[in-house]
Design a protein around this ligand. Sequence first.
Ligand code: FMN
Length: 343
Amino acid sequence: MSEPSTPGADAAQGAQPSLNDPFEIGGVWISNRVLLAPLAGIGNWFVRLQAKRYGAGMAVSEMVSSFGLHYGNDRTLNELMRIHPDEHPVSIQLFGQDPAVMASAASIVARSGADLIDINMGCPVPKVRRTGAGAELLTEPELALDLARAAGEGSGLPVTVKLRSGLMPDDRSGYDLAIRLVEEAGVAAIGFHPRVARQGHKGSPDYGMARELSRAIPVPMIISGGLSSADAARRAYEESGADAVMIARGSLGYPWVFSELTGSRVDPPDQAELMEELAWIIDRAEEHMGTERAGRYLRKFYPWYLERVDLPKLVKNELCQTAGLERAREIVAEIRDGEVVAV
Ligand SMILES: Cc1cc2nc3c(=O)[nH]c(=O)nc-3n(C[C@H](O)[C@H](O)[C@H](O)COP(=O)(O)O)c2cc1C
């Protein structure tokens, strides 16, 4: 690996590093600047491992309840905290609104072998906001600072925060909080999604505001939002002046986006490759949660992998509706081998 450069030095020189250059978050070196974003219900160990296999520098976990960890919830501890040895460095994202619980959960995350902790201060979902967590923390900046400090004290790991630019149009409370989190709570990087919570995941992200933030903080600013393809991610990286990009929906069923961004691949995958990758996912899901649960869980994955396959809707529907892994594997193999043809 070439000698890594620090974000501060790059900014001072005015040159933006290549997405392939390593960078540092709180002393943890990351081999490139293309990361997998946290995705609830999706970003488990094998989806993160998949991103790494295709070249992502790091993957952030789906959000994990700090209460679930603190109170020893079985699935939270044994499924969500599962880390594959080839994933490192890996960041586990926590959500919650109680600093003591956050410290306790963070200590469990550290014992599980994570390299970094991210705190979710951006989730706009009412179920989460009603508890005072996620984007609701933009209304409680002092509590947000306490949570970040607690996670660091509980774990001894670098803490990052992912947040939105604000809650409502023209609100910059997320921007202001990001600066305070770095200055007053020692947060080691900011994952910035420059859409307000009210927008959900729609509308254009404000990369101009992200650029302003990247200049205002001495730690990495990782851009999220609207990174639907390798081209979109490159544009967002340049426009926002970010230190790294976080791919979210653009990676669903398409881990090749990581290879495209890190330069190891140009051509899109063909049908056989797409199906081989889906078969890999099916095997890992079965290993992770057993045949029955995996059969149900995978139904949301199939459409992502079929999006780029040219086949009649009827065939696609059969796969998307099957809850049985055996039949799913048969259909995937038929598509891979070209036994099902478009009419
Ligand atoms: C299904 C789904 C689940 C998500 N889960 C999380 C999450 O657990 N934590 C988080 O910080 N952001 C979460 N996000 C937000 C993404 O990380 C990302 O910021 C957002 O999708 C914008 O990026 P994109 O427009 O490139 O998809 C989620 C988004 C989606 C679509």
